[in-house]
Design a binder for this molecule. Structure first.
Ligand SMILES: [Mg+2]
Length: 252
């Protein structure tokens, strides 16, 4: 009997994904902080950390393609966009167009403007889909007693309302959402300033980010926290994530 139990447990451990191991470590840290009488706090970025920003991009690109068709413009470009799978969407508009095989330079500028007018808005942010397993994981963190801090470079006037809507729609628990007061403010600088306020909330047990520069700033500010790098999309800012960070690409 003991042998059977051992075998079943071994199989279960063997089948645990890397993301499963990392997220379990975070849950253990939450429990440890609770046991020590501290308030466990977990800081999570939103774009390409909890939400897949490609899903918003794809809606905008397809809307543009639909507009081209309605205007009796270039049908072949429209269908190249319609056919582009989600995994071919990149951080930048130009790279995404290249992967669709679109090289017309006047379209680049037009679609870039079309994208810019929509991407950073409440209306479109409200449509975001989660990175697989993200909402369940954050719900579990909350049920274990963690304080959840969503810390994002999205700006309050343009995107806060839509962000609250998408968090609710996708089943994320409501807790603390910190957004940038203005669009123009530098993301990393804004986040560094927010760290001071977050420090007062409890023991920071884990931080989740997809931008290496932001993650490294968090590691510096919260050296005891578990740092998790979301290896999804990130800007071309040159930093590499610190070696101490765990890498995951979803929460499954
Ligand atoms: Mg991000």
């Amino acid at each position: 009997m003991k042998k059977v139990v051992f075998l079943v447990l071994s199989v279960l451990v063997a089948f645990q994904t890397h993301a499963g191991l990392v997220t379990n470590q975070v849950l253990n840290r939450v429990m440890e902080a609770n046991a020590n009488g501290e308030t466990p706090v977990v800081i999570l970025d939103l774009d390409d950390t909890l939400f897949d920003s490609r899903t918003r991009k794809a809606i905008i690109f397809r809307e543009y393609a639909f507009y081209l068709l309605n205007e009796d413009r270039d049908e072949s470009i429209a269908f190249k966009i319609f056919s582009l799978p989600l995994n071919q969407y990149h951080y930048g508009v130009s790279e995404t167009l290249h992967s669709a095989g679109i090289r017309t330079s006047d379209i680049h500028e037009e679609i870039n403007n079309f994208w810019k007018e929509r991407f950073f808005t409440n209306e479109y942010a409200a449509l975001d889909l989660e990175i697989p397993g993200a909402a369940d994981f954050v719900q579990t963190l909350k049920s274990y007693g963690a304080k959840i801090v969503y810390l994002t470079g999205r700006d309050t006037p343009g995107m806060r309302k839509g962000t609250l809507k998408s968090l609710e729609r996708r089943g994320f628990p409501s807790d603390i959402l910190i957004t940038k007061p203005t669009f123009e403010m530098d993301d990393t600088q804004f986040k560094k300033e927010a760290f001071e306020e977050i420090k007062k909330m409890g023991e920071i047990v884990a931080v989740f980010e997809n931008e290496p520069r932001n993650l490294n700033a968090m590691i510096e500010a919260f050296p005891r926290a578990q740092a998790v790098f979301l290896d999804t999309l990130h800007s071309d800012k040159p930093d590499l994530p610190s070696e101490s960070a765990d890498h995951i690409s979803d929460y499954l």
